[in-house]
Design a protein around this ligand. Structure first.
Ligand SMILES: [Zn+2]
Ligand SMILES: [Zn+2]
Length: 371
């Protein structure tokens, strides 16, 4: 049997016919996960986005100074993305590969991001996650998300379960629809990830809003901004109720000797740091102000309530709040989703970037479709 490449290509061709890198970037919260990615992606070494699709994070994180590579099994898509970025004058790298057989050496990467990908493997998400473990350096970070079984699709799941038992008991030959994906609760995802050897340091649910979208509370491609669902999501997205949200989100590290320090990139983080912090940190860096953001239990909060359909802004002249110099806002990324004004040079400074990602994050954007 051929190795699964995570669903057949036809399904994906259909899925992506209405989206473009622009539309994906303008929805770059990734279903409420952007603040997690920004917080936990290491600023040193190479990061891959495994199953990058339209390359949203590959483009975004490259632009804020990270060394990124996007991996996807669809060679046509990669060609399209390479052409697209040429026109935009963005320089990031794409690799065509099946993510359950990554073209990287053992212990060679600082981070793997994989959002909404591993649930599409019919054999289950174990193989690609083991690959992430293999290619990460000790102390490297994996950021893995899948859809969760949330309140809006719980009934659908119940129906599937009943159908499965009926088939078994009565030996019925019911036709199943083609496999698309698994839905995995946060706790279950943690279990699966830890089987690979990775250790999960943060996990939970997020994106209450999307559940309402799935219930049909939407206007075309967008959730109605004046709806009750937006009101509820604004109230509860930062509470335990987020566990009933549409996404399971996890942050893990690869344990081992000489782990990478999250804050300086040296292989000198201590095992003990992991009882106090979410990520491995060396003794010296534990004294840095940035280490405060990574203390266990520190939540990430939006600095504004949800904006569902933000207007696309023209390029404007701004004043950087870090260096005081004037700069032009980015045509595509605008203010990069931060509430504090920052110029293209300052945004690439690791300490500034970490501060922005922990303190000045904007809320979810829901603009989708062609722009
Ligand atoms: Zn350090
Ligand atoms: Zn500046």
């Amino acid at each position: 049997m051929d190795k699964s490449i995570g669903q057949n290509l036809e399904v994906w061709l259909d899925f992506r016919k209405d989206i473009t890198p622009d539309s994906e970037i303008r929805m770059w919260d990734f279903y409420g996960g952007r603040q997690w990615v920004l917080k936990y992606v290491p600023r040193f070494g190479k990061t891959i986005e495994a199953g990058c699709g339209m390359g949203r994070f590959n483009f975004y994180l490259s632009n804020i100074g990270l060394n990124m590579e996007g991996v996807d099994f669809d060679s046509e898509l990669i060609k399209y993305l390479e052409d697209w970025q040429k026109k935009r004058n963005i320089q990031t790298k794409f690799i065509c590969s099946n993510i359950s057989e990554l073209p990287y050496e053992d212990n060679s990467l600082n981070c793997c991001i994989s959002l909404g990908v591993v649930e599409h493997f019919i054999e289950g998400p174990g193989q690609p996650i083991s690959e992430f473990y293999r290619v990460l350096k000790p102390g490297g970070i994996a950021i893995i998300a899948t859809p969760s079984i949330h309140f809006a699709n719980a009934f659908h799941h119940l129906k599937l379960k009943i159908r499965k038992y009926l088939k078994k008991i009565f030996k019925l030959k019911l036709q199943d629809s083609p496999f698309f994906q698994y839905w995995i609760r946060p706790k279950h995802l943690k279990k699966i990830i830890e089987k690979s050897g990775l250790k999960v340091s943060r996990y939970g649910g997020l994106d209450l809003l999307y559940c309402f979208y799935e219930m049909g509370k939407n206007e075309g491609n967008n959730i109605n901004p004046k709806s009750f669902s937006v009101f509820i999501a604004n109230l509860f997205e930062n509470t335990f109720l987020a566990n009933f949200g549409a996404q399971s989100f996890t942050v893990s590290y690869k344990p081992g000797k000489n782990m990478l320090c999250f804050l300086c990139g040296e292989s000198n983080a201590t095992q003990e740091s992991l009882s106090e912090f979410d990520v491995p940190i060396c003794v010296d860096c534990q004294k840095n102000v940035q280490s405060e953001y990574y203390k266990k239990g520190k939540a990430i909060k939006y600095s504004l309530p949800y904006i569902i359909k933000p207007p696309v802004k023209p390029v404007t002249e701004e004043l950087c709040e870090y260096c005081g110099k004037k700069y032009q806002s980015d045509e595509l990324f605008e203010d990069f989703g931060f509430t504090k004004k920052v110029c293209p040079a300052c945004i690439k400074i690791k300490e500034i970037n970490i501060e922005l990602s922990n303190k000045f994050i904007k809320p979810i954007w829901r603009k989708r479709g062609q722009i």
